[in-house]
Design a protein around this ligand. Structure first.
Ligand SMILES: *Cc1c(COP(=O)(O)O)cnc(C)c1O
Length: 384
């Protein structure tokens, strides 16, 4: 093996994919305070810190209620269960999401119906959703993939006319807006993950559902806590589960939330710099004027993607692919689509997620852009 073939070590890394250490450093004092508060209170699951974060998160999203849960997958699963959606029901889900969206539907006992997406935005539209609606359809889950938001007015209309519950998987869209309204407030419920790598991340797993519907919020509160009735710890009114948010995670999230908008602005300015520096021939994912994206990812679509990606790795640049295999081509989910989904399948071979995180520097963005311009130019000359 020649020296150039050898994998770079971390020390050679010029541009990492993210920097969670810098995020924690931004809120070091608040984190210390949070730790002290939780250890002094000795209320480790639920309690004051969780209630405080739930209030803050609901207010941030522009919703009346937020219910903290153990992770984003449970946020979706418990929302479906609380809406009475389960065995015999179909739920429409995009094929190009993280697997958890379809997985949560199966865990709720319902059947995911995987659909294709728009070739420019890679998001669902009424045209990709409508053909999948039938008498068994109970809900639509839109995924705000990479932080981008589909044209919600038309999807809200479709859900209303067909009497379907509209659920947002906003696990990648903390703080994204559509016509000024935050994600999570655009459907009957919005489901969030606070996995450490998300735009708002805990120090472990966490999640939340936001909604304006008080009965829905209280059903999820009960389901996350073994089906207990509020204030009656030995009465179990439903078969629930254990999906509570830890006080420590809630305190970490409260410490970080005041910085979320600033961190999202830094992501947006990094993406603006990429757009200035990248060769205009390099396609990105279209974002409509109605949308302000959280830019959980900045995704380009390139020829010879795997070769280009290897070239970036050799230059010390970490990248990702979200996601290389669409859900309907994953063996356990193959039964949930009636046929090929050409847009999702083609995109899976082209997409490449570039480093974008709040503390990325202008020099790093320039270096990635220069390297990518060069590698894509070479790929095109070789007829890629
Ligand atoms: C992260 C993510 C989830 C799941 O969240 P977890 O907290 O990991 O369970 C669901 N949907 C999407 C689109 C995600 O990115």
């Amino acid at each position: 093996m020649s020296a150039t073939d050898q994998r770079r070590t971390d020390a050679d890394l010029v541009v990492p994919f993210s920097d969670l250490v810098a995020l924690s450093a931004d809120v070091g004092d608040a984190l210390e305070l949070a730790w002290k508060e939780v250890t002094a209170g000795a209320s480790f699951i639920g309690g004051r810190q969780v209630e405080r974060f739930e209030e803050e998160w609901a207010a941030y999203c522009g919703a009346k209620h937020a219910v903290g849960v153990a992770n984003g997958t449970d946020a979706i699963q418990l929302t479906l269960r609380a809406l009475g959606i389960g065995a015999g029901d179909e739920v429409i889900v995009p094929a190009n999401s993280f697997i958890a969206t379809a997985e949560a539907v199966v865990l709720a006992g319902a059947t995911p119906r995987l659909v294709d997406v728009d070739p420019e935005t890679l998001l669902v539209t009424p045209d990709t959703i409508a053909p999948a609606i039938n008498a068994r359809t109970a809900a639509i889950i839109v995924v705000h993939l990479y932080g981008n938001v589909p044209a919600m007015d038309a999807i809200v209309d479709l859900a209303r006319t067909r009497q379907l519950a509209l659920i947002e998987d906003a696990a990648q869209a903390h703080g994204s807006t559509w016509r000024g309204a935050r994600t999570g407030s655009l459907g009957v419920a919005g489901c969030f993950s606070f996995f450490p790598g998300k735009n708002l991340g805990a120090f472990g797993d966490g999640g939340a559902v936001v909604t304006d519907a008080a009965p829905l919020a209280s059903r999820i509160q009960s389901l996350r806590n073994h089906g207990r009735l509020p204030g009656a710890s030995h009465v179990h009114a439903a078969v629930g589960t254990n999906s509570r948010l830890d006080a420590l995670q809630a305190a970490v999230l409260s410490a970080k939330l005041p910085r979320l908008d600033e961190w999202n602005r830094a992501r947006r300015s990094a993406v603006a710099a990429y757009r200035r520096l990248l060769d205009p021939a390099i396609r990105t994912v279209r974002i409509d004027d109605d949308v302000e994206s959280s830019f959980h990812q900045h995704v380009v679509r390139v020829p010879d993607r795997d070769l280009v990606r290897d070239g970036l790795t050799r230059r010390g640049i970490q990248t990702g692919i979200h996601y290389p295999i669409p859900c309907h081509l994953q063996e356990p989910y193959a039964a949930y689509t009636p046929g090929p989904l050409p847009v999702a399948e083609r995109a899976a071979g082209e997409i490449l997620s570039l480093p974008v995180f709040p503390h990325i520097t202008q020099e790093q963005v320039r270096y990635v852009s220069d390297c990518l311009n060069q590698l894509v130019g070479e790929a095109q000359r070789h007829g890629g």
